[in-house]
Design a protein around this ligand. Structure first.
Ligand code: NAD
Length: 476
């Protein structure tokens, strides 16, 4: 018997969209308008490096413009291609709608393995790629705002912002042309950790609903839960670190490009990350035992599986062997459409990518708003808030004196209560609120309709409904 063909990433996203749309009764024309990708721009450009001209291929895809700017990261990886960029752009549309970030969906990519280049070479390449996109308004604070994705980070975003400012010297909103910049270059506190932090908040919200936890054949809280993480990059590292340090989860397996590190007692995520930084992989790290076959470790026994690296790692080839009762898609598209069906049929609960990794775009939204308002969050209120708290503390101190031993203030209460929130606390609070609200909107559909049997379909339905409403409002 021949193995069924695995759909491409874009086909997978379309299949998941189709399943949700079929339950919604949208006019076929509107359904198609929402599904299709509006435009994809391919650029080839040359950069003189190491005495020769090297040609690079890059993409920027705009899936939807029902809100502008369109938003989505730029990925650096050697296997970037048009299908992948379009799939990721489509996911951005649904993700932004689900977390109510007022953006269309976009994504970019450059076919390059950043590990093959020195920092100054990457700067040259990034500047040239940014130049090609900026001159066509495919990077622009009002039209298209990139962010980091796999293989890119704060440094590339700072270079893009600088390139835009050089080409638009009088644009007062120039900094808002890209998010994920370092805080000293117009970024916002908490953006680097945001996607991993969002994964943690998503899991915390999931565990606030005992019915949902029971659907995954689990109970209790995140404390003591055994977690397998694939990819200890930006997203995987922060998610694993926060789950272990703040919620008591046990990171039993860390899967990287060179295999898997495992330890049933749990590993110190910072130690493993430092080891990878020094040695280029997990092999030899004393935190656990190393095995070459990283992919096989996805099938190990655990409570929560966190794929946080690349797409299609759970596919028709291994889905039936995945033991995790709960999977949270920290990466984009780690489960193919076919694998999704197999997992759903055997009762695995999947917290889908369009929700699970939306923390990044949520905090990017905050950064964009900060750039446009030209003021850091909390700057006007912080001291005023502290002064008002001081009034209450003064009254409590008076009471304390009056009542003697009958009543005393809890130690540390005064320090904690008096301190007004800084930017990082406000960002985390906004992110937490966003992740809770989005989960509840998804869950409401999942739990209230008999024909909706998973969170992904529910998430797509919430998102599609919002995109459809905004198209209708435009008269389409
Ligand atoms: P990253 O480049 O920082 O990290 C990726 C990690 O995965 C690296 O440590 C890499 O070595 C590892 N990896 C790559 N191929 C692997 C393989 N075959 N097996 C095991 N490990 C492998 O990237 P990131 O920003 O953390 O992005 C990871 C995923 O999260 C991507 O799907 C991305 O689209 C998604 N995402 C990222 C953000 C963000 O803010 N960075 C936001 C939303 C979604």
């Amino acid at each position: 018997m021949s193995t069924p063909r695995e759909p491409s990433f874009r086909e997978s996203v379309d299949l998941m969209f189709g399943r949700a749309a079929s339950l919604m009764g949208l006019p076929p024309g509107l359904e198609e308008k929402i599904r299709v990708c509006n435009a994809t721009y391919t650029v080839r450009f040359g950069v003189r490096l190491r005495g020769e001209i090297r040609t690079f291929t890059g993409y920027r895809s705009v899936h939807s413009e029902h809100f502008e700017p369109a938003k989505g990261g730029i990925r650096y990886a050697s296997n970037v291609n048009q299908d992948e960029v379009e799939a990721l752009a489509a996911l951005m549309t649904y993700k932004c709608a689900l977390v109510e970030a007022p953006f269309g969906g976009s994504k970019g990519g450059l076919c390059i393995d950043p590990r093959d280049y020195e920092d100054h070479e990457l700067e040259q390449i990034t500047r040239r790629f940014a130049y090609e996109l900026i001159k066509r308004d495919m990077i622009n604070p009002a039209q298209n705002v990139p962010a980091p994705d796999m293989g890119t980070g704060e440094r590339e975003m700072a270079i893009i912002a600088d390139q835009y400012a050089r080409m638009h010297t009088t644009d007062i909103n120039a900094k808002a042309c890209v998010t994920g910049k370092p805080p000293h270059a117009g970024g916002i506190q908490g953006r680097v950790e945001a996607t991993g932090r969002g994964v943690q908040y998503a899991l915390k919200e999931f565990f606030r609903h005992p019915d949902d936890v029971a659907s995954a054949r689990l109970s209790g809280t995140l404390d003591g839960k055994r977690v397998i993480v694939q990819g200890l990059g930006n997203v995987g590292y922060h998610a694993a670190k926060f789950l272990a340090e703040e919620d008591g989860s046990i990171i039993t397996h860390i899967i990287e490009r060179d295999g898997v590190l495992s330890n049933p007692k749990g590993m110190n995520v910072d130690e493993v990350r430092a080891w990878i930084g020094e040695h280029g992989g997990v092999k030899g790290c004393p935190e656990g035992t190393h095995h070459e076959d990283g992919f096989a470790a996805l099938e190990e026994d655990c409570d929560i599986l966190v794929p946080a690296a690349i797409e299609a790692v759970i596919n028709l080839g291994n889905a039936d062997r995945i033991k995790a009762p709960l999977i949270i898609e920290a990466a984009n598209g780690p489960i193919t459409a076919g694998a999704n069906d197999i997992l759903r049929d055997k009762g695995t609960v999947i917290i889908p990518d369009l929700y699970a990794n939306a923390g990044g775009v949520t905090v990017s939204y905050f950064e964009w708003v900060k750039n446009l308002s030209h003021i850091r969050f909390g700057r006007m209120q912080r001291r005023q808030e502290e002064a008002r708290h001081q009034l209450i503390v003064n009254e409590l101190e008076r009471l304390d004196e009056h009542l003697g031993d009958a009543w005393t203030m809890t130690p540390n209460f005064k320090e904690k209560y008096l301190r007004g929130a800084d930017e990082l606390e406000l960002v985390r609070s906004g992110l937490d609120d966003t992740m809770r609200t989005a989960y509840q909107s998804m869950r409401e559909v999942w739990r209230s309709r008999n024909d909706v049997d998973d969170l992904r379909t529910a998430g797509f339905m919430v998102a599609i409904d919002r995109v459809a409403s905004s198209y209708r409002a435009k008269g389409l």
